[in-house]
Design a protein around this ligand. Structure first.
Ligand SMILES: [Zn+2]
Length: 270
């Protein structure tokens, strides 16, 4: 018996029952009293089991295409406030029309200063990225309300991405022979990730076989792979050949909807 019906959104018919981040939660259901009261009962069970208390005065109920009277009746029975869309979730207006960049730009007074605000202090590498973004924005071409926002691949005059244009651009920046030091250091990854990439390329990741080779672990120490326990824990094994790690890479490729052949060297991987 389905007591709570999820919402279906977008052309891909994505179904959502809840959104949760840190201590903020949004629960979705149909605008039926039975579904609303079922959620209330589940939350009451949660209170009894966990000993935690839900503050309904801090909670709101919002309706999409729901009559005000109905929303008010749900709110009074749940003992919480009611609200119309858009409302803010994690500081982002939910249910608002995102509009186009020119609207946002005009709301800000149309001056060439993008005063970006962030919800937390930025790390050093993030500040560098914001500086880069500002330099892009200052040099960006003038915005016109009559032209719709579109994605455009600047490396090709047609504006469409093609393998040939990606290769040309790649060759232009990195040269026809890949300079590994450039690949490892000249990218947007956080410094510690770049450093790990460099260690991996140099074969200096502190694996147990590496530590044994430099005398930190003695000759009798177990230097087997912590994942599969079948092979010696070397850089190539833990980053490429271990069946466990191979599965992980396969999952990542699946998320990216990509197909690849596992490279047999760290250089190939980087
Ligand atoms: Zn292994």
């Amino acid at each position: 018996m389905v007591l709570i019906k999820e919402v279906v959104i977008g052309s891909n018919e994505l179904t959502i029952t809840h959104l949760q981040f840190a201590d903020d939660t949004i629960l979705f259901c149909e605008a039926k009293w039975l579904e609303v009261v079922t959620i209330k009962r589940i939350l009451r069970c949660f209170e009894i089991l966990s000993g935690l208390k839900i503050n309904y005065h801090k909670s709101v109920i919002a309706g999409i295409g729901v009559k005000e009277v109905m929303l008010q009746s749900f709110a009074s029975r749940l003992n919480c406030a009611h609200q119309r869309l858009p409302f803010k979730y994690l500081g982002v207006p939910l249910g608002a029309n995102p509009g186009v960049v020119i609207d946002f730009y005009n709301r800000r007074g149309g001056i060439q200063v993008w005063n970006l605000e962030f919800r937390r202090p930025l790390l050093a590498w993030e500040e560098e990225e914001v500086c880069r973004l500002h330099s892009f924005l200052i040099n960006a071409s003038e915005m016109r309300a009559t032209k719709p926002d579109v994605w455009k691949w600047k490396a090709d005059p047609s504006g469409v991405v093609s393998v040939a244009s990606v290769y040309k651009r790649y060759e232009f920046f990195l040269g026809s022979v890949r300079k590994m030091a450039v690949v490892v250091w000249n990218n947007c990854a956080p410094p510690k990730v770049k450093f790990f990439g460099w260690l991996a390329w140099q074969g200096n990741v502190k694996t147990s076989s590496f530590l044994q080779r430099i005398g930190i672990l003695d000759a009798s120490a177990i230097v087997g792979c912590v994942f599969c326990e079948n092979e010696v824990e070397s850089v190539n094994h833990i980053l490429l050949f271990c069946p466990f790690v191979w599965l992980l890479w396969s999952h990542i490729m699946k998320w990216w909807v990509s197909q690849w052949a596992m490279p047999n060297t760290m250089e190939g991987l980087l």
